[in-house]
Design a protein around this ligand. Structure first.
Ligand SMILES: Cc1ncc(COP(=O)(O)O)c(C=O)c1O
Length: 394
């Protein structure tokens, strides 16, 4: 089928919720994508953060193939070892004592929200404080929790159980707490909201406040988790332990899987029949996700992320010195944002023309989420293209 036909059919038969750009892609490997005509693109935003091991990592492809030959799906009222092994791996690698598996970030957020109801029930508490510029997904609960009006306005009225506080502003948080507050939900690095990094001191104060006032501390690590910021989970860089953590995106490195995980002291709150997901944690996706943990370890990807993240940040800061249009470069590990003084969309478009995929968010922030195994030469190519573009956008 011609590329033109594919585009026409997508337009004709798929609801127009996405603005698609670029060619028709047919193949991916590592940090590269190929279009139907055989042209190669450098992907510095693989899968919106999902393809954390690059496209089609051979070990992930291999275990998917092998698992597909054995058992694709089983319902969660039957026993199978793949889910058990992944749950154990997540528990072993984090603060968690128990895991619930779902399919998407928003679905796992919904699970965490339901869990907070169980936690607050006997004290009549159900309100959650979320952050301005946060992003937690598009389902009703997750959308209601999201601190960005542009996603919410067409769907009002939304759920009333959320209060928005300013990010990195502890005093504002305290002002928003009342006798209905059950907890706080936040990203440690806001992705969609413009790559805003939480201050360490702020997070520590929030944690202490939550402890003193018996509030839940819920971190959304859908984007920051699985090594993205240089540690397996970002919370560990803040010297705190959350009560609940939400994971997705990189967890499956390309297969749809998500999870919320809880601390031991609250894990008994949920009982059989209270929550479920038909597809959640199937043999296929849990086997793939287990391999993601193994690859991150055996290929030393946390150390690569720290090293390459620092390199990329340094290079971007050099660009900042060269080009006045760059206001700030920020982020953690391989989750970096370039805030511009003007609109970021033309830079994104121009990069695409030059066969480099990046992203822009919040109008004026370019966002890079390279694969954790990205090579120095690949980053150099991306930086060269950005430099060339900025030269013409001065
Ligand atoms: C921090 C965060 N939470 C939740 C979500 C929602 O995930 P999904 O699109 O899989 O529902 C996203 C998606 O970008 C995200 O970045």
């Amino acid at each position: 089928m011609s590329a033109q036909n594919t585009k026409k059919m997508l337009e004709q038969f798929v609801l127009p919720t996405y603005s698609r750009v670029g060619p028709v892609f047919t193949k991916g490997k590592g940090s590269w994508l190929w279009d139907q005509a055989g042209a190669r693109y450098l992907d510095l935003f693989p899968g919106w953060g999902v393809s954390i091991l690059g496209h089609c990592h051979p070990r992930i492809v291999k275990v998917i193939r092998s698992q597909a030959n054995k058992l694709l799906h089983l319902p969660n009222n039957l026993f199978f070892k793949e889910q058990a092994m992944l749950a154990k791996e997540i528990v072993k690698s984090s603060f968690a004592s128990k895991v619930f598996f779902a399919n998407s970030g928003a679905e796992a957020i919904e699970g965490a929200l339901k869990f907070s109801r169980l936690f607050g029930k006997y004290r009549g508490r159900y309100e959650i404080i979320t952050m301005k510029n946060s992003f937690h997904g598009r389902t009703f609960g997750a959308l209601s929790a999201t601190g960005q009006a542009k996603y919410k306005v067409p769907f009002k009225p939304l759920l009333p159980m959320f209060r928005e506080a300013r990010f990195n502003d502890f005093e504002d948080f305290k002002k928003k707490v009342n006798d209905k507050t059950v907890g706080v939900l936040l990203e440690l690095v806001q992705g969609e909201g413009g790559v805003n990094v939480a201050d360490k001191d702020y997070i520590k104060k929030l944690r202490t406040y939550c402890d003193k006032n018996k509030l839940l501390f819920i971190v959304d690590e859908v984007q920051t988790g699985m090594g993205r910021t240089g540690s397996l989970f970002c919370y560990s860089q803040y010297g705190i332990i959350p009560d609940i953590m939400v994971l997705s995106k990189g967890l499956g490195a390309g297969v749809p899987i998500s999870a919320f995980v809880v601390q031991r002291k609250i894990s008994d709150l949920i009982k059989p029949g209270m929550h479920a997901s038909t597809f959640g944690g199937s043999p296929l996706v849990t086997r793939a996700a287990l391999e993601v943990f193994k690859v991150i370890k055996s290929e030393n990807l946390l150390s690569n992320t720290k090293k390459k993240g620092k390199y990329l940040l340094d290079q971007l800061n050099k660009l900042k010195k060269e080009f006045g249009v760059i206001k700030e470069v920020r982020g953690k590990g391989l989750m970096l944002g370039i805030e511009l003084k003007g609109n970021a969309q033309p830079i994104f478009q121009e990069a695409l023309k030059r066969k480099v995929l990046i992203n822009y968010t919040h109008v004026n922030v370019l966002r890079l989420l390279p694969a954790l195994n990205v090579k120095k030469e690949e980053l150099d190519k991306g930086i060269k293209v950005l430099r060339d573009i900025f030269k013409n956008f001065k």
